[in-house]
Design a protein around this ligand. Structure first.
Ligand SMILES: Nc1ncnc2c1ncn2[C@@H]1O[C@H](COP(=O)(O)OP(=O)(O)OP(=O)(O)O)[C@@H](O)[C@H]1O
Ligand SMILES: [Mg+2]
Length: 258
């Protein structure tokens, strides 16, 4: 198969983007796919979640701001996940200022990613909670998007803005015969015991129909603590519900391959 670039995005904070990026990357890797996880959030949560030091390697910021640092030279292998990764750190928050005079700044990430595509089946981007340069660059680089939505009050608040941004990028990409599809909306952190959460599940399914993944990620303590050990949840607790759910999500993504 050819490489698919999937951006995990939602400008709303704390909805499960990083948890999904890390565990989907690992689950796809465990299904035999070659996976690269790129941490493209200055918070560097994905980097920290997999126990990788934020300052021990060149980061995605270095790659995006220095032509002499090829993406391939910055790839590291986390100990407790079946994927490669490119790390991030707080320097990435300077990206917008550093690239302010570069008219092509939104396309640099895509150009860098193209250079490693033949090495991977999936490249997963863990986006920050904003609609700024980093997210827009990710939308240009991505083939598809996974939008995690937390099963809570105000779940779809702000989704209109995200969908508008997606539409703008889709139209621009069409000119170059490229597409940006929605891989799926992913319901996250469902507390099965809370009745109102199920109401939100129905509401989102009504809004987005077929676009919603069948897999729902439930609230699970193992998913929450695995990052403390620098491990994916599958490595930390293979039998936990979160581990099973992320493996199920990987199977859905794989089923979309053909
Ligand atoms: N299924 C889950 N069960 C329990 N806790 C979870 C689950 N998924 C995520 N969390 C916790 O919720 C918090 C937010 O998750 P996460 O960091 O993945 O969100 P995010 O969208 O990446 O946040 P940000 O917008 O800041 O990047 C974290 O503390 C995480 O451990
Ligand atoms: Mg995050």
């Amino acid at each position: 198969m050819s490489c698919k670039v999937i951006a995990i995005t939602n400008q709303k904070g704390g909805v499960g983007k990083t948890t999904t990026a890390v565990n989907l990357a690992d689950a796809l890797g465990k299904c035999g796919r070659r996976v690269l996880l790129i941490d493209i959030d200055p918070q560097a949560s994905a980097t920290l979640s997999l126990g990788v030091d934020r300052y021990s390697h060149k980061s995605i910021y270095d790659v995006l701001t220095n032509d002499n640092i090829p993406l391939v030279s910055t790839i590291v292998k986390p100990e407790h996940a079946s994927c490669d990764m490119v790390i991030s750190n707080i320097e990435l928050s300077n990206l917008e200022t550093t690239l302010i005079d570069n008219p092509d700044r939104e396309f640099i990430l895509n150009d860098r990613i193209v250079t490693v595509k033949r090495k991977y089946d999936y490249i997963i981007l863990d986006c920050p909670p904003s609609l700024g340069l980093i997210t827009v660059s990710s939308l240009y680089a991505a083939d598809t998007l996974i939008i995690p939505v937390q099963c809570q009050f105000l779940a779809i608040d702000g989704l209109t803005q995200l969908l508008n941004t997606i539409k703008i990028v889709q139209n621009k990409k069409k000119v170059n015969h490229k597409s940006l599809l929605i891989e799926g909306i992913l319901l996250t952190m469902l507390d099965k015991r809370v009745k109102s959460s199920w109401a939100i599940v129905s509401e989102i399914k009504e809004c987005f129909g077929e676009k919603v993944f069948k897999t729902i990620i439930t609230t699970n303590i193992k998913a929450q603590v695995a990052p403390n050990y620098g491990m994916s949840v599958i490595e930390y607790s293979a039998k936990s519900p979160a581990s099973k759910e992320y493996k199920e999500l990987a199977r859905e993504v794989i089923a979309n391959e053909d």
